[in-house]
Ligand binder design. Structure first.
Ligand SMILES: O=C(O)c1cc(C(=O)O)c2c(n1)C(=O)C(=O)c1cc(C(=O)O)[nH]c1-2
Length: 223
């Protein structure tokens, strides 16, 4: 591992949302049903915007091979047909937790801080460079671990959520590993100069702040 890769990996180590008090309480089994439902409802706003930000990134690629690779991410979330894909699985997670699918789809109840955080991420991918947009996705280097922790915590502490609801996370463990591996290879290849490396690290820091701000909003609203 070169020093730039080590620098990239150190960002989420210190700032990723696995350290956020809301996630610590989630994993310790301390969240009320209302808090967990509030998190699922607000995270749906993040989920449904992931393919939107990925479409902005897709439009910046200029080779079929790279577009093909990134298109898979959009399909992972949107599915190949109605009733499939990650967004559908997140809706089922909501239903397993007692939320109404139409309520999730309406977007009502999404907190202002969550909207701003998600807008921040989508706008970085729309207006930033390709390097910044891809580097920002590298929080996913840490996502499979937090998802494994979350699955175990849900099974242990929140048995009132039907196990079927956990499918989103179970499938995402593999998808997140593949996504982050591909994105890391691109960033290491593109960012050879110190200026680019610093911009990649800054984008990854910003993305950690997006996830942190999202949880700050949820933590403050439902406690
Ligand atoms: O539950 C999580 O902790 C978590 C974190 C992240 C992340 O690190 O951004 C993503 C996801 N989940 C996720 O489900 C997902 O689809 C996803 C896509 C991306 C991205 O930036 O492209 N991050 C994440």
């Amino acid at each position: 591992m070169n020093s730039f890769e080590a620098e990239l990996r150190a960002v989420p180590e210190q700032r990723y949302h696995h350290l956020h008090p809301f996630n610590l309480r989630m994993h310790a089994g301390e969240l009320s049903r209302e808090e967990l439902r509030g998190w699922i409802l607000n995270r749906f706003h993040y989920q449904r915007n992931i393919p939107v930000k990925d479409a902005h990134i897709l439009a910046k690629f200029d080779t079929p091979a790279l577009r093909r690779m990134w298109l898979r991410r959009i399909q992972d979330h949107d599915g190949a047909a109605p009733g499939e894909g990650g967004i559908e699985r997140w809706l089922r997670l909501g239903e397993a937790a007692g939320l109404d699918r139409d309520e999730l789809l309406s977007g009502e109840g999404v907190l202002p801080g969550v909207r701003l955080a998600v807008d921040g991420y989508v706008n970085l991918c729309r207006n930033g460079t390709l390097l910044e947009a891809v580097a920002a996705s590298l929080t996913e280097l840490f996502a499979p671990d937090i998802m494994r922790t979350r699955i175990a915590a849900f099974e242990k502490h929140y048995p009132w959520i039907d196990a079927e609801g956990l499918r989103y996370f179970q499938i995402r463990v593999h998808q997140g590993s593949q996504d982050s591996g591909e994105a890391l290879a691109l960033v290491l290849d593109w960012a050879r100069g110190r200026g680019d490396q610093e911009r990649a690290v800054a984008a990854l820091r910003f993305k950690c702040e997006v996830l942190w701000a999202l949880l700050d909003a949820v933590d403050g609203a439902y406690r």
